[in-house]
Design a binder for this molecule. Structure first.
Ligand SMILES: O=C(CO)COP(=O)(O)O
Length: 249
């Protein structure tokens, strides 16, 4: 079975009730490639609004989740609370949380585990900084981030994970990775899956690309054999998101 193409929209800390309503209604009425899985990720306050408004075939993801089931963790949201409000996805390990909020590989891996254990699928973000790329450490860094998650998850649990390769230098900068750069790292991630998890995981786990994806560059990126979709930031707030979802038609 070919891997289903996957396009996520990460709104980050953007949008208010009206603009998010407009984005969702636009998606609901657009003609979307029915073979592409679409998941949108609004700020936490608007998760339930988005879930209520969005067509049921569109998934909704939290931008974060905590690793503990409940308790005195001010400001955090649990996996159970996501499930309770029909939010079946979470973005975990985004570089903005790794870099700005100092989330460690281990903490992120625990959150991935808690989410999958609780029945929430994960868009697991990994990627190197510009400094790391220039020091030729890209594969070492993504392997370290992947290994942290592999310590927590059972082999079967990778079926609930979509890996988002997001080079930090390409996020919000307009500097997209070339198709060759993306394919090279995606192929290395797939090799890692085969060697560390299982042949089945290497075949089945989607590896999507994020970082300045636009309606202009998405088609070429989508031609790469190991690019199974995109995690889109800025462009997911615009009507052009539909063109990215439809990158393969
Ligand atoms: O971080 C991203 C998605 O999670 C990518 O953001 P941009 O598409 O705005 O570069």
């Amino acid at each position: 079975m070919p891997r289903q193409f996957f396009v996520g929209g990460n709104f980050k800390m953007n949008g208010v009730r009206q603009s998010i309503t407009d984005i969702v209604k636009n998606l609901n009425s657009a003609k979307l490639d029915s073979t592409t899985e679409v998941v949108i990720s609004p700020p936490a306050l608007y998760l339930t609004l988005t879930r209520e408004l969005a067509d049921p075939k569109i998934g909704v993801a939290a931008q974060n989740v905590f690793d503990k089931p409940n308790g005195a963790f001010t400001g955090e949201i649990s996996v159970e609370q996501l499930k309770d409000t029909s939010i079946n996805w979470a973005v975990i390990g985004h570089s903005e949380r790794r870099v700005i909020l100092k989330e460690s590989d281990e903490f992120i891996a625990r959150k991935v585990k808690a989410a999958v254990d609780g029945g929430v699928s994960v868009i697991f973000c990994i990627g190197e900084t510009l400094e790391e790329r220039e020091a030729n450490k890209t594969i070492e860094v993504v392997t370290r981030q992947l290994n942290a998650a592999a310590k927590e998850l059972s082999k079967e649990q990778w079926a609930k994970v979509v890996i988002a390769y997001e080079p930090v230098w390409a996020i919000g900068t307009g500097k997209v990775a070339t198709t060759e750069q993306a394919q090279e790292v995606h192929a290395a991630i797939r090799k890692w899956l085969g060697e560390t998890i299982s042949a089945q995981a290497a075949d089945d786990v989607r590896v999507i690309y994020g970082g300045s994806v636009s309606e202009k560059n998405c088609r070429e990126l989508a031609t790469q054999p190991d690019v199974d979709g995109f995690l889109v930031g800025g462009a997911s707030l615009k009507p052009a998101f539909v063109d990215i979802i439809n990158a393969r038609i």
